[in-house]
Write a protein that binds this ligand. Sequence first.
Ligand SMILES: *[C@@H]1O[C@H](CO)[C@@H](O)[C@H](O)[C@H]1NC(C)=O
Ligand SMILES: *[C@@H]1O[C@H](CO)[C@@H](O)[C@H](O)[C@H]1NC(C)=O
Ligand SMILES: *[C@@H]1O[C@H](CO)[C@@H](O)[C@H](O)[C@H]1NC(C)=O
Ligand SMILES: *[C@@H]1O[C@H](CO)[C@@H](O)[C@H](O)[C@H]1NC(C)=O
Ligand SMILES: *[C@@H]1O[C@H](CO)[C@@H](O)[C@H](O)[C@H]1NC(C)=O
Ligand SMILES: *[C@@H]1O[C@H](CO)[C@@H](O)[C@H](O)[C@H]1NC(C)=O
Ligand SMILES: *[C@@H]1O[C@H](CO)[C@@H](O)[C@H](O)[C@H]1NC(C)=O
Ligand SMILES: *[C@@H]1O[C@H](CO)[C@@H](O)[C@H](O)[C@H]1NC(C)=O
Ligand SMILES: *[C@@H]1O[C@H](CO)[C@@H](O)[C@H](O)[C@H]1NC(C)=O
Length: 789
Amino acid sequence: MKFNVLFLAFLASLSLFEASVEALSKPLFINCGSNSSITVDGRRWTGDSIPGQNFTLSSVGVAAAASTISEDLAIYGSLYQTARIFNTSASFNFAVVPGNYFIRLHYCPFNFGNFIASGSSFDLLANNLKLLSKFSAPGEIDWKNAISNSSISTLFREFSLSVNLTELRIEFIPEPGSFAFVNALEVIPVVDKLFPSSSGMETMYRLNVGGRKIEPSEDRALWRNWNSDEQFMFSVNAAHSISNTSSVTYSSVNDTDVFAPLLVYETARTMTDNQVVERRFNVSWRFPVDPNFDYLIRLHFSELVYDKPNQRIFRIYINNKTAAENFDVFVRAGGKNKAYHEDYVTAISPKVDSLWLQLGPDSLASGSGGDALLNGVEIFKLSRNGILAHSHQRIRATQSSRVAQKPSQKTLWAAAAAFAFGLMVVGLSVYVGLLHRRNKTPPEKKNPESTKNAVTMKTSFNSKNKNRVGRRFTMAEIKIATRNFDEALVIGTGGFGKVYRGEINEGVTVAIKRADKQSEQGVREFETEIEMLSKLRHRHLVSMIGFCDEQGEMVLVYEYMANGTLRSHLVGGDRPSLTWRQRVGTCIGAARGLHYLHTGSERGIIHRDVKSTNILLDEDFVAKVADFGLSRDGPAVDQTHVSTAVKGSFGYLDPEYFRRLQLTEKSDLFSFGVVLLEVVCARPVIDTTLPNGQINLAEWALRQRPVERIVDPRLKEEGYSPESVEKFVEIAEKCLADEGKNRPTMGEVLWQLENVLRLYEAHVQSGVEANYCGGDWSRSLEEKSGRKR
Ligand SMILES: *[C@@H]1O[C@H](CO)[C@@H](O)[C@H](O)[C@H]1NC(C)=O
Ligand SMILES: *[C@@H]1O[C@H](CO)[C@@H](O)[C@H](O)[C@H]1NC(C)=O
Ligand SMILES: *[C@@H]1O[C@H](CO)[C@@H](O)[C@H](O)[C@H]1NC(C)=O
Ligand SMILES: *[C@@H]1O[C@H](CO)[C@@H](O)[C@H](O)[C@H]1NC(C)=O
Ligand SMILES: *[C@@H]1O[C@H](CO)[C@@H](O)[C@H](O)[C@H]1NC(C)=O
Ligand SMILES: *[C@@H]1O[C@H](CO)[C@@H](O)[C@H](O)[C@H]1NC(C)=O
Ligand SMILES: *[C@@H]1O[C@H](CO)[C@@H](O)[C@H](O)[C@H]1NC(C)=O
Ligand SMILES: *[C@@H]1O[C@H](CO)[C@@H](O)[C@H](O)[C@H]1NC(C)=O
Ligand SMILES: *[C@@H]1O[C@H](CO)[C@@H](O)[C@H](O)[C@H]1NC(C)=O
């Protein structure tokens, strides 16, 4: 593309630029090489030749302009008609308040007399941080394509800088015999909380995932450019776009359009819903990057479809390493249509030139159907040793000198920050700390230092809060939700305090647990529960939506479980009895949840209080394990048990744990065995009104044969199959083995329970006449035809 030269002007007087300046407190947009100010994309761009500016130029250089500019350049055409050219070192100097700034430089290749844009070559520095090295504006590239396909890196460059002085100096240093130029320049003060403290960063990519390009004029806070993500997708067919353009809001006053405009959150990509094939694949994006730098990856999320937790749980991989697992946007953002973002940092080694971002199913949370979601992504290159510039020469030299070295730079350290709704104190630098350090191949040499560096590089939070996930409610919100703790809303009580039914977000029903202030144990258990629920996410575990710890109170907000506790359907009689299929299904669900607890993390987690009142049923009778106040991390790899004081509930306590004070996950198996018996017999685990020998359910039930003698009479009416009940009680018996080592694992129990269900289904399908035990015909026929549909 050629530009017709219109004029060439040398500014005679430097004095124009020597006026006293005021510290920059507002964004400054500069139309370089021009004596007129113009309005483009809703902003006023001040001509830099106009006297009385709030900046100075150390040398005027050459103000140059072209008469015609291609229409291809759309609205920016008029801005790019002029440029300032320097054939000696020169700088723009701004008086600033120390803080963070965005610097954007616009380049449009410009042929002017002796100055041919493609012949430019220069270094660019901002307060001595090298931003560009031997930069040369590409000459013959197709600019139309570049702007519509908007490679951020070609048409304009964006840097963010933390300035600790009262001066910002943007310096152009041409290579000998060459020159530097710039068409337009933006300097924008940025609130501190936008970025973790970093001496300098360059924006590599900023994408509105699943949506259209967002123009700077639509990003009212910081005039950013958000491109479409499609060209970076590895396989576009793996994902499809969704949107909700009316209801998205920021989660809190602290999460505002400074982070991203709502337009970004209103569209997303999810995994393609292929009804036939299970969603066992990743949605992947590949980004070309400069080797040998660290990158900050900011992911923007908003759940646009589901209005409850556990519907979409996924894993995030960055450069093929797990950066986050059990990711449930609904929970992290505190609801549907809430804007939320999270940061990760990764190192790119000298031989790698691309960054992979992948979202995929979380195998352990398979109940969620394995879907994933992403609304926006930003990738920033972090400065290293005062340099942001990527010089090919330098990298090649570095590479060859490192040939002998093993590529052991595999460690991904992903630091995640949750800025959304001020969950964590938002300070100058806001890293939650190291989340994961996964290394599939064991490193030759253990290097705890590298982990530590990742954490110490960023200021971490108050450690008590650092692992908390979920929405932080104010006491005022909790009081509104529970009508000031109205007794009529109490749905449960315990040693810890009371549980209320409440309403948040205009109509979402939740369960609200308030710790009894008198109970010190209660408060401790709440802390444990918040910590546990923050790291656990599973279809069969009750999810925490948030918490409130204001005014000396501890309050937890959970998803509401419409069908109450398992116990309430067995004894007590305030809820309808469950069918045999429902009972077995409930046990399978609870076993899945516990199996996940035991195996989902490296050390596993021991629930320690498995009982029928801690297994809850949602409106669809999906069972979820609740109450993690007593839970403990399992034994470390080199240990067999955790030593601890005995805690738990009478009637469910593992006798071995009681005797030896040694806790293993097998203690949960014992308690679960008791629950299984409760499910069959529907009697209290401890009934002191009964004669000796019958008081304790576990002791009594196992001595009773045949099992028909102990079966809940209501089941006999409803219908069951003796074979499946027999098998079921057998599982309970194995769980109740006196020594933990003789008890099965939760995984084995789960498998056996699924067999019980199959036995029962087979029974219902085939032998209705022959084997049917009591119950009414119509129901079993209904079930039969139901299955065929
Ligand atoms: C601005 O530059 C144009 C082009 O050289 C010139 O015609 C015009 O007089 C200048 N205006 C001022 C106010 O200097
Ligand atoms: C210089 O900065 C001050 C304070 O921000 C502002 O009021 C003034 O208009 C600026 N001057 C120019 C020429 O932009
Ligand atoms: C810079 O450009 C001007 C105008 O073309 C020229 O007069 C001057 O000699 C150049 N200086 C250098 C160092 O090339
Ligand atoms: C983006 O630009 C590159 C070259 O500049 C071109 O090959 C590619 O087709 C463009 N992509 C789109 C989607 O326009
Ligand atoms: C400003 O930052 C630079 C680079 O981070 C550092 O070398 C310098 O000591 C800092 N100056 C002050 C006054 O803090
Ligand atoms: C957007 O979300 C709101 C609130 O959940 C919902 O009422 C509305 O139907 C959604 N719109 C679309 C198009 O999904
Ligand atoms: C998704 O990507 C990660 C990292 O590259 C990989 O380990 C995993 O196997 C992939 N999952 C699927 C289902 O392809
Ligand atoms: C990461 O995964 C992608 C896609 O699965 C693959 O193409 C790439 O080579 C992998 N990178 C590394 C370093 O293994
Ligand atoms: C917002 O940030 C301020 C200052 O960092 C903090 O005091 C306040 O508690 C935050 N608000 C919320 C709702 O998190």
